[in-house]
Design a protein around this ligand. Structure first.
Ligand SMILES: *[C@@H]1O[C@H](CO)[C@@H](O)[C@H](O)[C@H]1NC(C)=O
Length: 207
């Protein structure tokens, strides 16, 4: 072994000792005191700046591992199914973010006080009791909105013309029904016998 080889061996050994002290799980398959062969050939070549120290044995740079140093290491590990792109850099699946994919992100956000959490590996809005929908964008009207009314806020119906009330259940007759008649739909009276007419204003004659 020449002077260059010896110097290289010393340098590498020092490097390994340093790495081992800093992190016990650093380069795989290489122990302190290995023999560095300057004529060594690695096929395929060592990736990501790894050094070929023996035939088909790579000494990987910090942050890489695998036979040919082909895999990047991420510490902490990428969470929630994220892939390690290069040391310390995770690519996160949809719905997750942050340096380690540890943060859950709901597409479009959660509205009206909804909370974004991970449910079975997928981001999901958990809505307050009076809201629903994928983003908690839909108000809930427990009373229901009838006759074409729309629930616009929790418990609040927006009623079409001719209807009133919390559930749009009360018809409006512009002119009130007379003689005990009842307004059953917009401007329509249901009359009590013997009355009739649009406002129950006529009394039928019986023979
Ligand atoms: C490494 O491989 C080459 C051929 O690719 C061979 O000539 C050499 O002897 C091998 N070295 C060792 C230490 O096995």
């Amino acid at each position: 072994m020449g002077v260059v080889g010896l110097a290289s061996t010393f340098l590498l050994a020092a490097l390994v000792a340093l790495c081992s002290a800093a992190r016990s799980d650093a380069p795989r398959g290489v122990a302190i005191g290995f023999v560095f062969d300057p004529k060594a050939k690695c096929e395929p070549q060592c990736d990501h700046g790894g050094i070929c120290i023996r035939n088909n044995t790579c000494y990987c740079s910090k942050g890489y591992e695998g036979e040919t140093c082909q895999y990047a290491n991420c510490y902490p590990k990428c969470k929630n199914g994220g892939a390690c792109l290069r040391p310390g850099k995770c690519r996160c699946p949809p719905g997750f973010g942050g340096r380690y994919c540890h943060k859950v992100t709901c597409d479009g956000g959660c509205w009206n006080g909804g909370e974004c959490i991970a449910v079975n590996g997928a981001a999901k809005c958990i809505c307050p009791s009076s809201w629903s929908g994928s983003r908690c964008q839909e108000a809930i009207c427990p009373q229901g909105c009838r006759n074409g009314g729309l629930c616009v806020a929790p418990g609040i119906c927006s009623c079409p013309e001719g209807w009133l009330g919390g559930a749009c259940h009360t018809a409006v007759c512009a002119q009130s029904c007379l003689n005990g008649g009842k307004c059953i739909s917009p401007d329509k009276c249901r009359c009590r016998p013997p009355f009739s007419g649009p406002r129950c204003e006529e009394k039928k004659k019986y023979h």
